[in-house]
Design a protein around this ligand. Structure first.
Ligand code: HEC
Ligand code: HEC
Ligand code: HEC
Ligand code: HEC
Ligand code: HEC
Ligand code: HEC
Length: 494
């Protein structure tokens, strides 16, 4: 049988359309096989397979009827052909039959492939490579920190999008703008937080960590090195009072009391970063009794307070850095020293390393060179002993500071503790007072017990169920009782 199509098909536009479709389908199959068989970088294979090639297939498919229609119009104008406005489909003619058959089979195949393709595209746009690697420069800080966090195996979308079509569409719409901003290179550096339209934690975090789950106490062991010549090693053990003192108390007491479904803690923030909290409203949802705590520092009733809407506290008000943790230099150098990446026996290395990584460099390359030369200038031991520790400091820097995006610890204050940022002390400062005179307490044993502390050689231990009085690592008198830790420990100073 000779394959004949309607005359109008034989025109340059339809020809090119058909050629484009054939080439694109061929490339799709070819790349699909290669990408499945090899460990080719998923992000790029995905964007070509499920976004670029389908665009060409659709373009080609549109060109075919466009060419036929143009040809038809031309013939009509020149009066060479029938007067009817539209082409006539006559299945008794072999050409028309072939065309109808090809068209039907083509449509079926196309529908099948596009169903498959959109399923794959859906998965691909929800994948970690798509979110984390495609825009290398923009997402590098988040992706890097994510890979060394407790959530390294949780996909980006589990926290950022969550379940349901509604949020999927929302995220893809705002994603379109983000792609535009990336292409135009006009995105903000660093990316501002808190993320205004982050999905409520109830619908994301709680799908894995449900609030009714009873959390017990957790042991934390912190290792510090003081900035003296011998890098004095100092340890602290804290027993975090995450759940109540006893599992039976669940969320009735302890740190996770704030997310007890029977109560609601809401607050007004005076700044974008939610660092300054002039007023807190506690509601007992069973009795609707409200307790309003106002900060004595802020003076209370200013206009901003009246105009604003209170924010209801959820996981993110404490765990705002569950996955993208940018540590401050003191801490990440301590960690590198404790793990041996930096040799703690090198005299003065703590002080030298912290000073070297603290400086704001323009690019990672200058940072690497400057960190090496600054440490060499400060620590006088031979190069064979020093090289390993310089590499350790550089690696630690690369995991926590990202000059291209201006991402560093000070750009993203972590709310979980109270050492380098106000954190819990935003409310727990003994300064937020209710009408009845209740304060939000700053007592050192409200949230944790200090079970051990001191220089590693002579650790002091607490008795069972007791907390040691805090012994500040440097003699600063009573300053730590009177001011917030972050007033001294925040770098650069607030
Ligand atoms: C465990 C949950 C979780 C996971 C997994 C997660 N994020 Fe986040 N992400 C957050 C939270 C919470 C914030 C901070 C929200 C705020 O402060 O308003 C955030 C903030 C961000 C920001 C804003 C800038 C910043 O550093 O805070 C970006 C960009 C981002 N995430 C990208 C990603 C990418 C890309 C991935 C996957 C590689 C990812 N996230 C995985 C929870 C998560
Ligand atoms: C898809 C499931 C999933 C989601 C969604 C999720 N997490 Fe997690 N989370 C985990 C897993 C798994 C771990 C690791 C548990 C372990 O190490 O034992 C974890 C650990 C944690 C930890 C302990 C961290 C540590 O250093 O040990 C915290 C805190 C936490 N998640 C908070 C959050 C918050 C806040 C959110 C929402 C922004 C969230 N998670 C969303 C699965 C999830
Ligand atoms: C937005 C304000 C706010 C922030 C931020 C905040 N809290 Fe609270 N917290 C409260 C209020 C209000 C109470 C109840 C005070 C009272 O007893 O009248 C409270 C009570 C507590 C209690 C005692 C619960 C009980 O009854 O046993 C603990 C423990 C606690 N908070 C831990 C923390 C920790 C840890 C952080 C930081 C990670 C933190 N809080 C951050 C507002 C806050
Ligand atoms: C008032 C602040 C606060 C709020 C609100 C809060 N947490 Fe926590 N959470 C903490 C602190 C403090 C710890 C102790 C661990 C630490 O110091 O890092 C903790 C510990 C955890 C852990 C680790 C527990 C373990 O057994 O390993 C998980 C998981 C967790 N929180 C999830 C959540 C989730 C999910 C929510 C929201 C439903 C939430 N938290 C709300 C302060 C808070
Ligand atoms: C409202 C709760 C709360 C109160 C009150 C509180 N802490 Fe903490 N503290 C925390 C939390 C939460 C962390 C853990 C932070 C983290 O997960 O990194 C912490 C961590 C610490 C650490 C370890 C610091 C670090 O990050 O290495 C020390 C030391 C400490 N607290 C001392 C104190 C002292 C001293 C007081 C009394 C003035 C006090 N705390 C009062 C919640 C509290
Ligand atoms: C008056 C200023 C001041 C205040 C307030 C203060 N500190 Fe310090 N802290 C210091 C100095 C100075 C050092 C010595 C090491 C250094 O310079 O980093 C230090 C060291 C530390 C270290 C070891 C740091 C490291 O990583 O090597 C910890 C932990 C610490 N302080 C905890 C606290 C806590 C917790 C509070 C609040 C309850 C607090 N400090 C309040 C001045 C202060």
């Amino acid at each position: 049988m000779k394959l004949r199509l309607p005359d109008s098909f034989y025109n340059p536009v339809s020809y090119s359309g058909a050629a484009i479709v054939l080439i694109a389908v061929f490339m799709f199959v070819f790349l699909f096989v290669i990408a499945s068989a090899s460990s080719m970088e998923r992000a790029y294979a995905g964007i070509i397979l499920f976004i670029v090639i389908p665009v060409f297939i659709i373009l080609g498919l549109l060109l075919i009827p466009l060419g036929m229609w143009r040809r038809h119009r031309q013939e009509q104008k020149q009066g060479r052909k029938r007067e009817k406005a539209f082409p006539v489909l006559d299945l008794n003619q072999p050409q028309h039959r072939t065309a109808a058959l090809l068209f039907s089979i083509g449509t079926l195949v196309f529908l099948f492939l596009s169903a498959l393709g959109s399923y794959e595209a859906f998965h691909f746009t929800e994948s970690v490579p798509f979110c984390g690697q495609l825009c290398h420069k923009v997402m590098a800080p988040e992706f890097t920190a994510y890979q060394v966090s407790a959530h390294a195996r949780v996909s980006c979308v589990a926290c950022h999008v969550g379940a349901g079509a509604n949020w999927y569409v929302k995220s893809k719409l705002s994603g379109l703008y983000q792609v535009y901003a990336t292409l135009m290179n006009n995105y903000p550096r660093p990316i501002p937080t808190p993320i205004a339209n982050l999905r409520p934690a109830r619908e994301t975090c709680e799908s894995c960590h449900w609030p009714q789950k009873i959390y017990g106490k957790q042991q934390r062991r912190e290792i510090y090195y003081l900035p003296d010549d011998s890098n004095t090693r100092w340890e602290m053990e804290l027993l975090m009072n995450t759940g109540g003192g006893n599992p039976a108390l669940g969320q009735k007491s302890g740190i996770h009391w704030h997310i007890n479904p029977d109560i609601q803690v809401a607050y007004f923030a005076a700044d974008e970063k939610r660092l300054e909290i002039p007023r807190v409203i506690l509601t007992d949802l069973r009795t609707q009794k409200q307790t309003v705590y106002t900060s004595m520092m802020s003076g209370g009733d200013d206009a901003a307070l009246q105009a604003g809407k209170p924010r209801i506290m959820d996981c993110i008000d404490c765990h705002n850095r569950p996955s993208h943790i940018y540590r401050d230099p003191n801490r990440f150098i301590n960690i590198a020293m404790a793990s041996g990446d930096i040799d703690p026996s090198l005299p003065g290395i703590k002080r030298a390393a912290v000073e070297a990584v603290m400086i704001e460099y323009e690019t990672p390359q200058t940072a690497m060179a400057e960190i090496a030369s600054k440490i060499r200038a400060e620590v006088s031991v031979d190069e064979t002993r020093l090289a390993h520790s310089i590499r350790g400091a550089q690696q630690a820097y690369n995991l926590n500071i990202f000059p291209a995006m201006k991402v560093r610890w000070s750009a993203y204050p972590d709310h979980i503790g109270h050492l380098t940022t106000p954190g819990c002390f935003r409310c727990h400062d003994d300064q937020h007072v209710s009408e009845e005179g209740r304060v939000i307490s700053r007592a050192c044993d409200l949230c944790h017990m200090i079970t051990a502390q001191g220089p590693s050689a002579e650790l002091e231990y607490a008795g069972s169920q007791q907390s040691l009085p805090f012994n500040h690592l440097e003699d600063i008198g009573d300053a730590w009782r009177e001011t917030n830790c972050s007033d001294c420990h925040h770098t650069p100073p607030m």
